[in-house]
Structures are given as structure tokens and as C-alpha cells.
Write a protein that binds this ligand. Structure first.
Ligand SMILES: [Zn+2]
Length: 245
């Protein structure tokens, strides 16, 4: 299921930033415009048996397509394995899907599409209210509204240092993760951002300032916290409390 949804997420990540419909037209070659056959659309395998080329014009197809499908399939499998059959698996897989689209568009175009984040916000509110909330509802509400308001104030004070897109994304994280895991996700994202930023500074000789997309770090922090946030906190507390003995 993850492979198939990954194939759909590829389409979303390409078409949404261009303002195109995600349903019409059917998947086609970017170069010659021929519509893909059913077999060519089979995730990963289609790419392999066409040897990464269009069936009609033989133009190379980007390896990002099968890669996106594989990553989605793998994450869906890991989430289902770690969480088991429970209602919370529905928002969890939705969360994985939204983050993967954001990672793709942020890496490729340095944008986090508003429509994708808004879709997530509209979907998670009724899910939290009526379907599943492993944590008390206030935890999600405080994380979603609180983090959003806090960042909004910071954005006003810093006069645009934080974009409106970031604020919506953090509100989304809050509603999916709850309070504690949102902070853990932001902590991991910042840590990864600093480490990677520092590494690229060292590796690149030119002192030109280069922006690094922050979306992938946020996604990594959020995906980790969703599954293992509680365990990480328990482990950390046990370290702190056993330190004296
Ligand atoms: Zn073609």
C-alpha cells in the first residue's frame, strides 16, 4: 500500500506546486506527453523493467520516482510494524504521506505548499476529535494552537524571520504529535539542521551563504518522535535520575 501511495505522492509533489489537478490528466511522460501504460505504473518494478526510460521516446525517467515509492513503502511498513493495528495508524500514515510530499517539494523547489499543509490541518482536526487521540485532547490543542501562536508572536517580533508557512507547518506537527513530541521533533530538527549546516560549511570552500531546506529535518524529527518519542523521553529520564548513584 505504501508503494502505491508513494506513487501518488510523487504526482502530488510535482503537480500541487504548479497549481495543477492531481487527478487529471493521467500520468504521462514529461517529454513526449504519451500516457503511461498500466504496467509502467507499477511502483518500482515499472521503472526497473523499462530500465528507467520512457516506453515511447526513451527519455530517462528521474530515479526520484522509484526512490519516493520505496521510501514511502518502507516507512509505511515500519509504522505498521511498530504500531500494530490500531486507529492511530490512520493519522500516522497520513502524517507520513504529508511529510514526504513536503520533503520532495522543499528539496526540489524550496517550498512547502500551503495546500498540502492546509489539507493536513483540515484532516487532522476531525480525526483528533472523533477517531483517535492516544494523548489527552488538550495536549494536541495546546501544541497546535500554542506553538502556532508562539511562533506567530516570534514572527511579528523578528519581522518576518519566520515565514507564515512555517507557522502552519508547526501547528500541523502539534496536532499530529501532541505537546511533548512536538518539542522533541523541533529539537531533533534543529540539531540535524545545525550539524548538516556545519558539515556543509566545512566541506564547501566558498563562503557563499547557501540556504538549506529545513523541511527534511523537520520531517525526520517528526517521524522519529511519532513512533519513538515516548521511549526516548523515558530513556532520557532514566539517565537523569540514575545519574547520582
Ligand atoms: Zn516519453
Amino acid at each position: 500500500m505504501g508503494l502505491l501511495i508513494g506513487s501518488f505522492l510523487n504526482v502530488v509533489a510535482i503537480r500541487v506546486p504548479e497549481g495543477r489537478s492531481i487527478v487529471f490528466p493521467a500520468s504521462h511522460c514529461m517529454k513526449c506527453g504519451n500516457t503511461l501504460r498500466k504496467f509502467d505504473l507499477v511502483p518500482v518494478l515499472g521503472y526497473i523493467w523499462l530500465r528507467g526510460k520512457c516506453r515511447f521516446c526513451k527519455t530517462s525517467v528521474s530515479p526520484v520516482y522509484p526512490l519516493g515509492e520505496l521510501v514511502t513503502g518502507t516507512l509505511f511498513a515500519v509504522y505498521a510494524w511498530q504500531m500494530g493495528w490500531q486507529l492511530e495508524l490512520i493519522p500516522a500514515l497520513l502524517f507520513v504521506s504529508i511529510l514526504l510530499v513536503i520533503v520532495q517539494t522543499d528539496l526540489r523547489l524550496m517550498i512547502i505548499p500551503d495546500r498540502v499543509v492546509l489539507f493536513g490541518l483540515l484532516a487532522i482536526v476531525p480525526i483528533r476529535l472523533f477517531v483517535s487521540h492516544p494523548l489527552p485532547l488538550w495536549s494536541y490543542a495546546v501544541a497546535g494552537l500554542g506553538v502556532g501562536i508562539l511562533l506567530f508572536l516570534l514572527a511579528v517580533v523578528s519581522k518576518g524571520g519566520i515565514g507564515g508557512g512555517d507557522i502552519k507547518l508547526f501547528a500541523l506537527l502539534g496536532l499530529f504529535l501532541g505537546l511533548q513530541n512536538t518539542f522533541l521533533a523541533l529539537f531533533i530538527a534543529s540539531l540535524l539542521g545545525v550539524l548538516v549546516g556545519f558539515a556543509t560549511r566545512l566541506l564547501r570552500k566558498d563562503s557563499k551563504k547557501k540556504f538549506i531546506p529545513f523541511g527534511p529535518f523537520i520531517a525526520a524529527g517528526a517521524l522519529f518522535s511519532y513512533l519513538w518519542g515516548e521511549k526516548a523521553f523515558t530513556w532520557y529520564w532514566s539517565l537523569l535520575t540514575s545519574g547520582g548513584s
